[in-house]
Design a protein around this ligand. Structure first.
Ligand code: C2E
Ligand code: MG
Ligand code: MG
Ligand code: MG
Length: 278
């Protein structure tokens, strides 16, 4: 690097990097504090079957609500927590809370089906992941049949062999597995066949594009792949009736998105589910 020739650029770069490093450190500290003070909450987004128009489950989405800085988006803090390793503790908190809420709702007859919890790549590298999940299920009393885990293509393609082993362990217990944000990663079709999945989640980017011919063709392709592998499909980020109708015509199994509901607090979600049951 020629510091002399590009002196100004170097200085600028250095400042930018510095600012970023400070921001990351701040968030890392906020997360540590947030874990201690229990600032991580779980919100739930309803998932609806297109065949029956019934509520079939929900996705648990973490919310980091700080008294001073308000809501911090998962898109901001998850990548940092992933690097620092704090995602392990956050992941445990989210899974435990989701299992506690779901167990209560199942017992009360508020909802049937499964709660879907996102797993990060780092969690997937834990040698004792299955054991940790077993323990949380045991502790909370939730049946593995009421749990689904969402993993991304990046996570499984990091170390496909290891991923397949873990996935089989989870499936043996009755836990369902969904591949999240499908189509945005780089998993090859030959691998897809080897993963013991139940569901492909069609990324919002494709749903956004479903009005165009190419977008429609992409979704059609994903649904066809899923059908050939005996997997179900969920479209995420469905915002309009037109998108819903298109998903129905393309034989997608279920949808989630703002059309039905944004992610809701536990209290709001149980109200939503109760209304659906009437
Ligand atoms: P994701 O798993 O693909 O979750 C879907 C995201 O799309 C959520 O954003 C949700 O609020 C948003 N969404 C749902 N429907 C609509 C819609 O109709 N329109 C629009 N514009 N957005 C919609 P959120 O909650 O901000 O989460 C972002 C990402 O952060 C998630 O993407 C997931 O990758 C990650 N994440 C969230 N919670 C957790 C968690 O507990 N653990 C881990 N490891 N990752 C999480
Ligand atoms: Mg997800
Ligand atoms: Mg998703
Ligand atoms: Mg997504």
């Amino acid at each position: 690097y020629h510091a002399k020739a590009e002196g100004n650029k170097y200085l600028f770069f250095n400042n930018e990097m510095n600012k970023q490093a400070v921001k990351r450190l701040q968030i890392e500290n906020l997360i540590r504090h947030g874990l201690k003070e229990d600032y991580f909450e779980v919100y739930y987004q309803p998932k609806t079957s297109l065949k029956s128009d019934q509520l079939v489950g929900m996705e648990a989405l973490v919310r980091f609500i700080t008294p001073k800085k308000g809501l911090i988006s998962p898109n901001v803090f998850i990548p940092i927590a992933e690097e620092t390793g704090q995602i392990i503790d956050i992941g445990d908190v989210v899974l435990r809370k989701a299992c506690i809420d779901m167990k209560k709702w199942i017992d009360k007859g508020v909802i049937k089906g499964r709660v879907a919890v996102n797993l990060s790549a780092r969690q997937f590298t834990l040698p004792d992941l299955t054991e940790r999940i077993d323990n949380i299920l045991l502790e909370t009393g939730l049946s593995p049949h009421n749990l689904e885990l969402e993993i991304t293509e990046g996570t499984v393609m990091d170390n496909p062999k290891h991923a397949i082993t873990i996935m089989h362990q989870l499936r043996e217990r009755g836990i369902h597995l969904a591949l999240d944000d499908f189509g945005t990663g780089y998993s090859s079709l030959s691998y897809l066949r080897k993963f013991p999945l139940n569901t492909l989640k069609i990324d919002k980017a494709f749903v956004d594009d479903c009005g165009t011919n190419i977008g429609k063709a992409m979704i059609d392709t994903i649904v066809t792949i899923a059908r050939n592998l005996s997997l179900s499909t969920v479209a995420e980020g469905v915002e309009t009736q037109e998108q819903k109708d298109l998903m129905t015509s393309m034989k997608c199994d279920s949808i989630q998105g703002y059309l039905y509901s944004k992610p809701l607090s536990a209290k709001e979600f149980s109200r939503f589910a109760n209304k659906q049951n009437k």
